[in-house]
Design a protein around this ligand. Structure first.
Ligand code: 6LW
Length: 518
């Protein structure tokens, strides 16, 4: 079949993949959203089905207080010694002591995953590789101890002892980026292929200048020789006249037909700059030439259409097909739901097809457990229809349809109960400053239908068939706001500063790519 890139639309950055028999398993970063680290499986690398999450129990890690774009960074998934392994980093920029690199393992990829074991090493983007003799080589990226330029990082390698559940032996610094001045050599993955060790690492930062470099060595610990063609893959030289930017952070895998492929992140940016959907997962063909991996051979860029002769058979139930056109209600049991710094079940309870969400005093501006549930925006043109029942809200409390980037940057159609009646306002919090774009009184009804009509960079809030206000998605995307996230669409309830008393019911939440919505 032919499929289209990205294979995982919406905010799915830092993909990592492993193969066990006929199955592929993939994880991506989830930052402050929970459940954390979705585990997806596929038989063809194109159609991915969510089968669980690595961080899915209260107390596995503590997220309260972690600001947006902190939390769970680039995970790696591998299978070895009869188990599944995920290594990852919890990042808290305000309190680094609670964060760090950790390991979890599971018998089955859908879980249960073990409680995290913290590793005694700084930095981000841990990965691991299994040697033929049973040794486990952990590696990761961190700021260089003795940097030659600002934000130079280094890749370290050290043996991991499963018995001691700790790093053991000497540490080796094996890589500091290929290009002089390259920032953020990161996302390293080591592979043992045909008797040699290969390093694939990102550099240039995960934005416009993102790139992939490769190196190889006879031993896991080096010394590594970089490819003379480094960086071997990037879109940065295309300039802004391309609709896919920032390609990098690759993980290698063999397709069912024996061909090599990479999954990596990149961003769809219609204007070459702004990417409201965030960093998405793309598939890229790889070919070995002269002992080196060549990405998108003969083409040099991520294909829009993927020729995948190995992909036959029907899609897995509920899988995200490339060019997915699944539309309709996102029911409470749908694995797309996420909450902020808490599990959805801690924030709301499912009552049939309805979410009942007790109001909290926190607002979207607070880096805490907000009464918010949301899903990723996965298509530039999409429609959301949300019916909120505000009958259970107390005076002064509000329910909202939300487009979220972070505490500092979000937009919402907010319905507030007041003694004088119900008020609808559209607010845009931009760089922490609140702008009220529209405000009107609503007739006294408890069920309020709110719609969001996303068309490229225009995000239009609609009530009663009328556009209430339009927000520019270019002001909400990470290239404007900073951070690592794409946009989330969801519902939120708050009593602002006062003690919460009521409950918001999310009666309906429908998401549809625009051309499927009609
Ligand atoms: C990820 C790292 C990166 O850990 O972004 O800037 C981080 N680079 O590879 C979060 O996705």
């Amino acid at each position: 079949m032919t499929a289209s890139n990205p294979v995982l639309p919406g905010c799915h950055p830092d993909p990592s993949v492993c193969r066990v028999g006929e199955w592929y398993y993939l994880v991506t970063s989830t930052f402050e959203y929970l459940p954390g680290l979705p585990v997806m499986r596929s038989r063809d690398l194109l159609r991915w089905q969510t089968i669980g999450h690595v961080i899915d129990r209260p107390g596995m890690l503590e997220f309260d207080g972690i600001r947006s774009s902190g939390g769970l960074y680039a995970p790696t998934i591998r299978h070895g010694l009869g188990r599944f392994w995920v290594v990852c980093t919890l990042v808290d920029r305000d309190d680094p002591s609670r964060g760090g690199n950790f390991v979890v393992t599971a018998e089955q990829p859908q879980g249960p995953w073990s409680d995290p074991v913290m590793l005694d090493v700084d930095g981000i983007d841990p990965s691991l590789a299994f040697d033929e003799d049973g040794r486990v080589w952990m590696h990761g990226a961190r700021l260089a101890a003795d940097p030659a330029w600002h934000d130079q990082t280094e890749v370290w390698v050290r043996e991991y002892s499963p018995a001691q559940r700790a790093l053991v032996g000497d540490e080796h610094v094996i890589w500091r980026g290929a290009v002089h001045g390259a920032v953020w050599a990161e996302g390293p993955h080591l592979y043992r292929i045909d008797g040699e060790w290969h390093l694939v690492a990102a550099e240039g930062g995960t934005e416009f200048h993102h790139a992939v470099s490769v190196a190889r060595a006879a031993a896991a610990t080096g010394p590594y020789q970089g490819n003379k063609a480094n960086p071997v893959f990037t879109h940065r030289h295309l300039g802004r006249r391309t609709d896919v930017i920032g390609a990098g952070h690759a993980d290698l895998v063999q397709a069912p037909d024996g061909s090599w492929q990479a999954l990596m992140l990149a961003m769809r940016a219609a204007d070459g700059h702004h990417y409201p959907l965030g960093r998405e997962t793309f598939l890229c063909p790889v070919e070995w030439q002269d002992g080196w991996p060549v990405f998108a051979p003969g083409e040099g860029r991520l294909p829009h259409a993927i020729a995948a002769p190995w992909a036959t058979g029907t899609a897995l139930d509920g899988s995200w097909q490339p060019d997915d056109r699944r539309a309709g209600a996102v029911l409470p049991q749908d694995s797309r739901w996420t909450a902020l710094r808490a599990l959805p079940a801690e924030i709301a309870r499912a009552d049939g097809d309805i979410w009942r969400m007790p109001v909290r005093s926190a607002t979207l501006r607070d880096a805490t457990k907000v009464a918010f549930l949301g899903i990723r925006q996965q298509h530039a043109d999409a429609d959301v229809r949300c019916v909120l029942d505000v009958g259970g809200l107390a005076d002064g409390e509000s329910g909202a349809l939300v487009v979220r980037q972070s505490e500092q940057d979000h937009a919402a159609a907010v319905v507030t109960r007041t003694p004088a009646g119900t008020v609808l306002s559209v607010v845009h919090v931009r760089g922490g400053d609140e702008h009220v774009l529209a405000e009107k009184r609503l007739p006294d009804r408890v069920q309020i239908e709110l719609r969001l009509r996303a068309r490229g960079y225009d995000l239009e809030f609609v009530h009663d068939g009328l556009a209430v206000a339009t927000v520019d998605a270019r002001q909400l995307d990470a290239s404007s706001t900073g951070g690592f996230l794409g946009l989330w669409l969801g519902a939120c309830a708050s009593s602002a500063a006062s003690a919460p008393r009521g409950e918001l019911a999310i009666m309906t939440f429908e998401y549809a790519p625009a051309d499927a919505a009609g």
